[in-house]
Design a protein. Sequence first.
Length: 292
Amino acid sequence: MKSRFLSLTLLAVAMLSIGTRAAQQKPPATPYQPSLLSDGQPDIQGLWGDVLGNIASLNVERGDLLHESAQKLGVGDFPGLKMFKGFLIDPPNGLLPHQPWALERRNEALKEFQAPSPAMMDPQTRGWPNGIPRENYYSSTENGPYQILQPPGYVVFFYEIHHEFRIVPLDGRPHPGKDIKLWEGDSRGRWEGNTLVIDVTNHNDSTRFDVMGNFHSDEMLVTERWTIVDKDTLEYRATVDDPKVYTKPWTLGVTMVRSPEGNELMEYAGVEGDTAVATAAAIREAKDAEPK
């Protein structure tokens, strides 16, 4: 009886081992193979938008933690902020790794985000360009998609918001001199399999990452990675390296989806008729007039 039991046990172990090896030897799922253009680029042309919508531009960090900070700073309650999870991939705690002085400066803007003074107002509210990477996650059905074109040797981005655009050469040419500072930075790209990698340098320091006041210096380096997952999905990752403002590099990520059939880039008016600046000023005046 013991011999029979031992034999059955050994047989079971052997079958489990064979099954495990078979599972280990099972070929991996075939990755998506996009069609290739005449110059060999994977085809990612079309209209795209991010799945977060323009709420992504509110704040890149975890909203619940930022809400706690806002309460400590005496900012009024903003329930919607608590619901926003943010989209930082690294650091995993969902908070940006500010230098101490940079956190103080960000908090000054955070104190006023509901009715900012001109000095603390989000540059995008004034109709100024968003810069990179914000240009890519401030797209939605409300603010319009963006379009990708791929003439031979280039990737071209057209943004509906502010009518901004980027021309990304793929031939390995150098960036311009470091004294040249641009609203959208200077982009140089290359393909690594199904991933478009873009190094963006030569930024000015006039753009921000979000409404809450997170900012950068003019020495920021952004490394973008656009990976085509399937015909209708792009995964976007942007790593920011700016040791003047942050203690270490950090990475954000959003999923881009193909815009529905029939959508197109529309005319955009970012300044004409906009009342955000006047409204913020009126709110501040009203608060200043309240009895102390």
